[in-house]
Design a protein around this ligand. Structure first.
Ligand SMILES: [Zn+2]
Length: 93
């Protein structure tokens, strides 16, 4: 749980009442995912995907090498209830 990141997420979404998806209203990458420049713990700014930020904000830190994805298949959704972690190495097998 990270209140600073939660606030940041809340400022950049609209909630869809039907799907319960939290739709990202900020910057969108070429591949169609939300993203944002955020400061890390070392006060350096880096680009991070919106679903990663939301996962860290509401669920917990992401193990190195893991990525988060939407179980609802909406690329702009950042509802932590719709996010799961996966290992991109398994994905490629
Ligand atoms: Zn969703």
């Amino acid at each position: 749980m990270n209140l600073r990141l939660q606030q940041l997420i809340q400022n950049n979404i609209v909630q869809d009442e039907t799907s319960e998806c939290w739709l990202w209203t900020g910057q969108i990458s070429n591949s169609g995912y939300g993203r944002m420049m955020i400061k890390n713990d070392n006060n350096q700014t880096q680009m991070e995907s919106a679903q990663q930020i939301s996962y860290r904000a509401y669920i917990g830190e992401i193990t190195t090498g893991m990525l988060s994805r939407q179980t609802c298949h909406n690329r702009l959704c950042v509802n932590p209830a719709h996010l799961e972690l996966f290992d991109p190495d398994d994905w490629r097998k």
